[in-house]
Design a protein around this ligand. Structure first.
Ligand SMILES: Nc1nc2c(ncn2[C@@H]2O[C@H](COP(=O)(O)OP(=O)(O)OP(=O)(O)O)[C@@H](O)[C@H]2O)c(=O)[nH]1
Ligand SMILES: [Mg+2]
Length: 238
């Protein structure tokens, strides 16, 4: 099935040249879309060069750093316009092992959204400081309690959507950017009655390149779960 793996990038030249061929090698139907925010390290120039001899590589180049959520929304719209059936989210920094792609493809056969989860079958995070692990696992327990959504890892960014899920969501209404973006997409898919499946993945902290985590992203997620709950009570979820 025609598959698009969306990888947002900001300064990922240390990782992308190795990641891209690995992802493409998993299956001949896989295409990759890089959404790059004019990375100062020239990530997009690398992608443009790859595109010269590989029509499975695609690029959306944005003029400035605009955040992960809007990068994915641009990617989702591209996927819908170009008739992709399965659409992945994936980070560029090898935290998401490309080896798992076939498992996602297998699980999506009888689900609508497959979420790679760090928090089922124990805790599967490698190389994170304890502070960050506690923050992430607390955020997920909090999200589950407030929203009622039966997902153990709602903030992770390794997942696969069926096209119909993205078609059903009003993408112009999705405005969150960091962890909140992941929560919002999962919540909307679940509330619309789509079949959501979590599969265990091992998450390895980035070895190369710079982190873009910020306090603002955490604050945004804390308020988002309440917004989602309230909107769904009043039938205002789009
Ligand atoms: N296009 C775009 N990509 C971004 C932006 N912020 C982060 N990314 C990419 O999104 C993915 C996830 O970002 P990370 O920086 O790894 O965020 P994280 O996993 O929470 O934090 P670390 O792994 O600790 O750095 C990576 O591929 C980044 O390059 C952005 O503003 N625009
Ligand atoms: Mg990362």
């Amino acid at each position: 099935m025609k598959t698009l793996i969306i990888i947002p990038t900001y300064n990922e030249l240390d990782n992308l040249p190795k990641l891209l061929p690995e992802v493409l090698s998993k299956n001949a139907e896989i295409n990759v879309l890089i959404v790059d925010d004019n990375s100062p390290d020239g990530t997009s120039a690398f992608v443009e060069n790859e595109m010269k001899n590989n029509d499975r590589v695609h690029l959306i180049k944005r003029s400035s750093k605009q955040g992960l959520g809007t990068a994915y929304i641009a990617g989702f719209k591209y996927a819908l316009q170009n008739n992709f059936e399965l659409i992945f989210e994936m980070d560029a920094d090898f935290s998401h092992d490309p080896k798992e792609i076939p498992r996602f493809l297998d699980e999506i056969k009888d689900s609508d959204l497959v979420i790679g989860s760090r928090y089922i079958n124990g805790v599967n995070v490698i190389n994170w400081p304890m502070r960050r692990l506690l923050l992430s696992s607390f955020a997920n327990v909090y999200t589950r309690i407030i929203t009622g959504m039966p997902v153990h890892d709602a903030t992770g960014g390794y997942k696969c959507f069926r096209r119909k899920v993205l078609e059903s969501i009003n993408l112009d209404q999705v405005k969150s950017n960091g962890y909140a973006f992941q929560i919002e997409m999962n919540f909307k898919a679940w509330k619309k009655g789509f079949k959501v499946k979590e599969i265990p993945i091992i998450f390895v902290d980035r070895m190369k390149g710079q982190s873009k985590m910020s306090r603002k992203i955490v604050r945004e997620a804390v308020t988002m779960v309440w917004k989602l709950r309230i909107k769904s009570i009043f039938g205002m979820l789009k």
